[in-house]
Design a protein around this ligand. Sequence first.
Ligand code: NAD
Ligand code: TYD
Length: 357
Amino acid sequence: MDIKNLMVTGGCGFIGSNFIRYLLEEADFMGKIINVDKLTYAGNPENLSDISERYPGRYVFQKADICDAVRMNQIFRDYQVDAICHFAAESHVDRSIKRPEEFIQTNITGTFNLLETIRQNAGQFRLFHHVSTDEVYGSLGREGYFTEETPYRPNSPYSASKAASDHLVRAYHETYGLPAVISNCSNNYGPYQFPEKLIPLMILNALDGKPLPVYGDGRNVRDWLYVKDHCGAIWTIMRFGDKGETYNIGGNSEMENIVIVEMICDILDEIIPVSAGYSRKKLITFVKDRPGHDRRYAIDFSKLQKAFNWTPRESLATGLRKTIVWYLENANWIERSRSGEYRAWISEQYEQERSPS
Ligand code: NAD
Ligand code: TYD
């Protein structure tokens, strides 16, 4: 697909910034990127400061809220946007449990607003790629996998808001012929992930000698995908996917949370030993479970694999090591992301919810 002016929403967040980097540095993308981000606590323009210096003609940043219809229309017209890859969202389940309003606003109203902007300026528009999550399918027992046919059964305000946005995208395709594709992906990890999600939180706490708060019995299972593999899958779908279709993306890396935390401790103990015989696993603390905590996610991505020969490149072992090394080498980034609102959030979590179970 020959995209000239690609709007990336949420491009200063974790996956969005990796995606922009991937498109400009590694993919066969020749167009221009317009990164539209409101810069919430999770958005950090520093994630792309080198990119904006190195690609001045092909990368622009617009600080804007996707819920602002006037701004979206303006940006859409000014840059003659012919495709959108939509990442912008409130993305953290724990936050959605405490304060759901922002999730409804950004994830549902914001997506609706983008769809309306496209509908009103349909002319040269080619593709809306909606980045979504496997959490819309709900929770699995010990057996089985989510396929593209699995009925939606979201359990958290976060997943419910993403489910709603998926339905809107689908409806705009069916009703107005809007050229849209949806991808539903499993848990991502890798560089630039805000340290409130499991993997970066555990890496940083373990380095600081702080407790490693594992919810419930630690036996909840997630399927983990290295972020660059997710970016490659999105780009594959953008180029070759059929409009109106949904594609699942997964990592082939199902793991219980407790095992992930132990793996992180082992890798850190190997790279930076504390003292002879000491293991950071001693920091693991079981805490009160998350309400409505989904037990298991597992993705069947055979549709994507068969159609386009896509498969993840990193295993959990290789991806986790790369991720840990990245956090060790980026102390300044960590320091800055952990200032301000992050500190307030984490201390609130510790005080109210993370008392040992
Ligand atoms: P993130 O929280 O790291 O980043 C979200 C970005 O969106 C931030 O830069 C933030 O400033 C921006 N944003 C938030 N509200 C906005 C608004 N109203 N207007 C404009 N920008 C706004 O999230 P992430 O982990 O990078 O996730 C990106 C997308 O991928 C989300 O849609 C999420 O649902 C989906 N997803 C994430 C995962 C995962 O494991 N992280 C897995 C599957 C799907
Ligand atoms: P998270 O990274 O928040 O992603 P999601 O909820 O979208 O899957 O959590 C991943 C898993 O790790 C999930 O089962 C909850 C668990 N978890 C903990 O046990 N402790 C923590 O401090 C966090 C943040 C998550």
